[in-house]
Structures are given as C-alpha cells and as structure tokens.
Write a protein that binds this ligand. Structure first.
Ligand code: FES
Length: 86
C-alpha cells in the first residue's frame, strides 16, 4: 500500500483515506496551526466547523477549516499566520 501525504509547510505528512487535515496534523503530533488574528494559537477546538479556530491556508483554495477539509495527495497546507514562536 502506498502512503499518501499532504504537505504541511512543505513537509510531507501521511494520511489515511477519509482523514481531514486536522486528523493528519494531530496524528503527526501537530497541535498548533499558527496564530489567529486575535494573537491566540490556531488549533483544533470544536472539530465540527463551528468555531473557526482551526483555519489553515490551503494552496489554491484559500483559507479553510482543517477540521472539515479532507486530505488529498500533495495538498499544500500552511498556517494562515505563523506564530511568533514558530
Ligand atoms: S475546530 Fe472548530 S471549526 Fe475547526
């Protein structure tokens, strides 16, 4: 079986068919997705598309919720805003 990957900040992360971006990031131990406009960390919170706390930049698609966006091979994902400590 071939491992499929998304690209988080240009680095490949494995995913399983049906995973959301948040699931792939969590499985890789990534729990902070940059910084929100408020200065707070962007991260998984509600997991159902309601809080907008998990917004990430999807190349070619703009900004989307990591908890709702399904992984696709080579999908390029990055923080909307880098955290100062990244
Ligand atoms: S975690 Fe709330 S919208 Fe994604």
């Amino acid at each position: 079986m071939t491992t499929q990957t998304i690209l988080w900040r240009g680095h490949p992360l494995a995913f399983t068919l049906g995973d959301t971006v948040a699931m792939a990031l969590t499985r890789a131990g990534i729990d902070q997705y940059g910084t929100r406009l408020t200065g707070l960390d962007a991260a998984l919170f509600c997991g159902i598309g309601q809080c907008q706390n998990c917004l990430v930049a999807i190349k070619g698609q703009g900004v989307a919720e990591a908890c709702l966006t399904l992984c696709e091979p080579d999908l390029a994902v990055s923080p909307v805003r880098e955290a100062p400590h990244d």
